[in-house]
Write a protein of this length. Sequence first.
Length: 372
Amino acid sequence: IHLFLLSSRPHINTLVSDSFEVNDVVTQALQFLELDRLDLPLVQFPLVCADYQADLINLALETEARGYWLDIFRDGLDKFCKVIRDGESNRVHIDKRISLFKRKFLECLALLRKNPFAYGNLTVRTLLDCREQFLAEFDFYDPYLKFKQEENNAALEELPSRLDHLHSLPWEERQVELIKGILGGNIFDWGSSAVVKINERSKIDFGGACELVQARPWFVDHLDHWTKRLKRASIRKMLVFVDNSGADIILGIIPFVEEMLRMGSEVVLAANSRPALNDITSHELRVIVTRVGEISQIVAEAVESGMLRIVEIGLGSPCLDLSRISQDIARECAGCDLVVIEGMGRAIHTNFSCEFRVEALRLAGVKNKWLC
């Protein structure tokens, strides 16, 4: 349903996001309409080609894929709710709120099984965004906050030894280890049912996660091309879309960023504006980078000089739709010659097959056997 609204409050350059409440309008005879007002004006990412399509698979058209992913979201809901209950700080009527969330999301999945076009496009991204929206509806704003804080603190304690190890390696071996560290860190993804199962058996640490990364060659392995690219010419400016909190950002991405800063690159980190799963937000990232500056002089000096900056994406999603990003990110595209996208949601479920106007590096651990 496309609506053109004239607000009585003159919000200049304000957009509204897709709302899965719109479907209720049909059944309730237009008794109410709910739209989410966005905090920032959004534009298309200037560095993608004109025929940009965010999503890898259109579940509305792929029967087998649709059945698989609807089953995944349904079958993992009990464990998902358990994590929410354990992490949520607002304990008021928590059992009732979880019950209402669970019922509404299951109704949504059942409707999509019968009518995959009920909400328009159906993709893994829209299913994840739908779940996040229903969480917000029942006042679960950031239920992973406790876990993120714990994992950030643990990873920061481990960072000095991680950096010392990397600094001791020869240049080429260090480049390989940095990429492996990003893939290992990306395993710390609370949105993956496989990772949740691993953590149920035994709490995994960064070293154990890196051991889970399969031996090369990987499914898509351009690491040798990457190291040759670094030898050939320096990267003037890179824009990095980051993913998870904890070991992912601190032990995976931060050492990579420090290396690029050492080589003279300007680095811009792009993070979610609002919470989604255990993904790091721009506000949280600023706090972490400040603490990292107490460990790494290179990072501290880069922040001070402006060579390392943080911008917010403009939305809060486990995936990345580059047709709608903040104007701050669009402005940072000036002079950028490398785009880095990290994480399964951002680099595989979305943006896997899109083309960029500059060089691009996609980094993700595939944590789903069917997708492999």
